[in-house]
Design a protein around this ligand. Structure first.
Ligand SMILES: *Cc1c(COP(=O)(O)O)cnc(C)c1O
Length: 442
């Protein structure tokens, strides 16, 4: 990374970092082949558990236990995205929101990765204990009292900024597991309260996300009855997220949108530790090949995946080296050190990283509500805010002109919000209005 870009990271200025190691599919077949089976297995696992999930969660009855989200047109936001000359550049009909903010069970993208990780633990234990004789047995047996008593003797533990804990807690408790959630200082009070209500043990930490994970990992180590779900290092989480790309492909096809090299798909994925956007990116390169242009979006205060990839030091890199404090309203993205494997895996797959200010997040949080009545949490507004930066930043604009083709669709991934209390949503919008006023006056 050149010193000018490092300077902009230090100054907390939004920017685009093009990934110099991105390769065409033909040149990264090895990576894709190594992981394709994991994604297929995750999809099959969700299908095996679907009847049980439909029994456990009334909100899943109508989909037969399938956890999925809509692809929603958001033409009202297209006019906000401008090229460096100030001209609008996104065709309104090409702009969509992947509505994972409204996912059932967990109200965030963690309803994919987090739920899958819990199902994986449950299935493995059930097979070993003879509660299931074979993977294809009817998984509704795992909702029976004998299985619940068995799961109750096991503990699932996790470190989280909030939403992962919520998904693991809700899913784990629904099966009868004991659940410990180690919450970093960013975690919102309502998330902790909700977890306590479902019977999870919430351990509050004064430190950041990496510190909360470290405690959870240490407590679980050496204990056969405790299953630590390691957000910094879990392929089970990752493959659970990856399944989403197949869902998106079906939705784009159903909308009559053909994705090709010349008419590519642009994907904007909010990024914390990297698992969710990494999994979705893997799934997208498996499904769309070279027709997917994929961007991770991080807060200017916590660009951990960007810094890990750009420095080549991955999990050894820490945004504190840039004088950044993780102070952002995007609590789900307030991570200083990236995953131990996602950055490396993304090297040939990812087009680049974008950083966004809290001001940018809040403008799009407010615009989604004003134009479309959609309520998301600040982290989930990173997608559209990052899209704006891609087109406005000179390096981003150059990328678009040289490598962008004529985009058939822009999909911003909304990652959380459904369970946020109405009062908190109103406070977010009030904050957005305040920021806009202050900017106007200043
Ligand atoms: C978890 C989360 C992300 C990012 O996922 P990572 O796996 O941490 O990169 C983005 N937005 C929201 C709302 C989240 O909860």
């Amino acid at each position: 990374m050149d010193s000018d870009s490092v300077g902009r990271l230090r100054k907390r200025q939004p920017l685009f970092w093009p990934n110099p190691n991105r390769r065409p599919v033909a040149a990264c077949r090895d990576v894709l082949d190594r992981h394709a089976a994991g994604v297929v297995a995750a999809r099959a696992r969700f299908a095996r558990f679907a009847p049980l999930l439909a029994d456990l969660f009334p909100e899943l009855a109508s989909t037969g236990g399938v956890i999925g989200s809509a692809l929603t047109p958001i033409p009202g936001l297209a006019g906000m995205v401008r090229d460096p000359d100030g001209s609008p550049v996104v065709a309104p009909g090409s702009l969509f929101l992947k509505a994972d903010h409204a996912l059932p069970v967990a109200g965030s993208v963690k309803a994919r990765g987090g739920v899958h990780a819990v199902l994986r633990v449950a299935e493995r234990l059930a097979l070993a204990a003879g509660l299931l004789d074979a993977p294809d047995d009817d998984h509704r047996a795992l909702g029976e009292p004998a299985a619940r008593e068995f799961f109750a003797r096991h503990r699932i533990s996790v470190g989280s900024t909030g939403n992962l804990g919520l998904s693991i807690g809700v899913m784990g408790r629904a099966l009868g597991f004991a659940v410990d959630v180690h919450m970093s200082r960013e975690a919102r009070a309502w998330k902790k309260a909700r977890l306590k209500r479902v019977g999870a043990r919430v351990v509050e930490h004064a430190g950041d996300y990496s510190a909360a994970c470290a405690v959870a990992r240490a407590e679980a180590s050496g204990r056969t009855d405790t299953h630590f779900i390691d957000d910094e290092n879990s392929l089970d989480l990752f493959y659970g997220y990856a399944v989403a790309a197949g869902e998106l492909a079906g939705q784009l096809a159903a909308a009559g949108i053909d994705i090709s090299q010349e008419r590519p798909l642009f994907l904007y994925l909010p990024c914390g530790v990297g698992g969710a956007p990494g999994g979705i990116a893997l799934g997208a390169r498996l499904g769309f090949g070279d027709a997917a242009r994929i961007f991770f979006v991080e807060p200017v205060m916590a660009p951990c995946l960007l810094w890990g990839m750009a420095s080549g030091r991955h999990e050894g890199a820490d945004v504190a080296e840039l004088g950044l404090t993780l102070a952002t309203e995007a609590d789900g993205l307030a991570v200083g050190r990236p995953s131990r494997f996602v950055g490396r895996l993304m090297e040939p797959l990812l087009d680049g990283c974008l950083t966004v200010s809290d001001m940018g997040l809040f403008r799009y949080l407010a615009a989604l509500h004003a134009a479309h009545g959609i309520e998301v949490e600040p982290s989930a507004a990173a997608g559209p805010a990052g899209m704006e930066v891609l087109f406005a930043d000179p390096a981003g604009w150059e990328f678009v002109r040289k490598r962008g083709g004529d985009p058939a669709a822009h999909v911003v991934w909304a990652t959380g919000g459904r369970l946020v209390p109405a009062k908190e949503h109103a406070a977010y919008r009030a904050g957005a209005a305040r920021m806009a006023r202050e900017k106007g006056e200043g």
